[in-house]
Design a binder for this molecule. Sequence first.
Ligand SMILES: *[C@@H]1O[C@H](CO)[C@@H](O)[C@H](O)[C@H]1NC(C)=O
Ligand SMILES: *[C@@H]1O[C@H](CO)[C@@H](O)[C@H](O)[C@H]1NC(C)=O
Length: 248
Amino acid sequence: MNWQFSFLCIAVLFIDYGFTRLTPDFIHPCPVDNRECLIQSTIDAIPFFTKGIPELGVPSLDPFYVDRLAIPLAGLKVAFFNGKVTGFRKAVIENVESNFAKRKFVVEFRSNVTLKGGYEASGRILTFPINGEGEAKIKITNLKMKVKMNIDVKPDDNGVNHLYVKNYKYDYGFGDKAHYNLTNLVKDSPELSQTLLQFMNENWKLIAEEFGKPLVDYATELALRTIEKFFLAVPYEELIDGPIPSFK
Ligand SMILES: *[C@@H]1O[C@H](CO)[C@@H](O)[C@H](O)[C@H]1NC(C)=O
Ligand SMILES: *[C@@H]1O[C@H](CO)[C@@H](O)[C@H](O)[C@H]1NC(C)=O
């Protein structure tokens, strides 16, 4: 390696690490509490953000994987494993609002979501006894979510400010339809399995309300942890234009 080449390498490294923003290009900073900008910025970011940002240690949200998720219900034990959840990259953002002086931040969206993977279930669904193991595919049309976060800003070890999520709560609704396809719900009885599946689809809302919460909890927790990693990686100044409003 000759010295010109070494110099070039050092210069390139210096430009890469010295002068570029940490934030990927798809993030457009907004003035504090500017609702229109926040909505547009979120819409612009979603397809990229949900793919994950490996260089910032932010994992993918579409797809995201569920190694194992047990849902303990009264009289019924269900577990999903090797699950793959898709759909969030096409989420439709309905509202984003912030009240920074109160450290509050709200996001509302709807999304079609599909979960595919293996499952095991034993117990009863209403009065039907089940004892099944097979493949599951669950499609939810227009899952609606509203996530309310209490946020704040704190400096890292180098004195650089970052947003963080103090806590959150959310509401959701199983929009327009859920469709279930679970094979082998009753072991060794294709007829009963089929009858039960038909019953589940005819009563999709009841079933979603019964089983949905642990799945939505899981997905929301994962999404929030992902947002937290992003906030930790990216300085406040690169996300919001202007000084930090004082807390009121
Ligand atoms: C979900 O799918 C339905 C039917 O295909 C479609 O009408 C709707 O716009 C989709 N919703 C979203 C949030 O993409
Ligand atoms: C349900 O899934 C099985 C395979 O997993 C497939 O053969 C079948 O066509 C699916 N049924 C519906 C109604 O989607």
